[in-house]
Design a protein around this ligand. Sequence first.
Ligand SMILES: [Zn+2]
Length: 388
Amino acid sequence: MQFITTLISATLDDPVTKLSPMALDRLHNPPRQSLWIDNPGHRHSISTYLAMEHSSKDAYQKICRSTARNFPGAQGIDDILSFHSVENLIASLTGIEKVQHDMCPNSCVAFTGPYANCDQCPLCTASHWNEEVLRGTSGRSKVPAKRFTMIPLGPQLQALYRDPDLAHQMRYLHEPGWDYLGAVLNGDIKQDDIILMVSLDGAQLYESKQSDCWIYIWVILNLAPDKRYKKVHVCPGGFIPGPNKPKNIDSFLFQQWDMRKMETGITKPPLILGLNYSRSLGVPLCMTTDLMHLAGNLSDLLISLWRGTMECSHMDNKDSWDWAIFHDEEVWAAHGQAVEDTGGSVPGSFDRKPRNIADKINTDYKTWEFHLYIFCLAPALLYSILPK
Ligand SMILES: [Zn+2]
């Protein structure tokens, strides 16, 4: 709730958004002409940089050195850029820059919004600051203990509209045939609105290591389904270092909502925060065609309600939850066994037998098992047990 109230009063110009003056100016006055780069040295540098997305910085430098050595006197040859310079050029041409924010060293929260001035993590009390530096300078030098990276969404969306083809493709959502969600939304989505889906997941950056980074992305639903999931059209949102799972997701996403205030035309925060119901699609519509995460997230929500493990506000009382039928661990364990026992009656076309959900839920219960559980087994097993 604190995030919501802070959000309501936030503006783009708040120092807390950490956008550079140039980026702010571009958000207010987006460039409308399509982008053309005259200098062949710059074009070569950018093409090489993009082609080598999976290669090292060193490989980029070696190719550029080889080009410069082997094509002396060629047009633009003296303008081939170093790795650092080509990244800066791309950032200035597109207006897309990264922004870093402080976070709890144990990944619980980001020090944003209502937490911005906390010296300690409100969840685990770890220090906001690098204690060694803080002690070494008698408290004068406050260096954050850990930071995460965010890629502001506004400039990325504005960049999309500079390409005439893409600007046209963004109209898919409003073309005839898109009547289903349109009817659901009752006219809440207008012609020029951009509809987004946010998706956050752990990513394993190195082989045989646990998820060591959390990444969130924006999927642009204005684009047709065959285009919206393509890498080139997915906008990166941010990177949260692990190894722990972020606990307060709102605090990490807060800066993005913050910057999507009315003035940019990329408004309507509440997807997650639930500020304004007409501006967000609830479950299951918000999942669009992503059935895997629909099963996973629905299971997570429902099971934590049935077990009474979901966090609730201090105004609420879990003893009044008549739906918390598995609050008692013994009842939950018996239910887990009942799930396993259904195996003998489930047709072979459902793949393997489901395992005991109470035993395996914290380790490796698979998405297909959650799918089978939440849509097929739970409705039968909980019939007349769950209150109406
Ligand atoms: Zn913490």
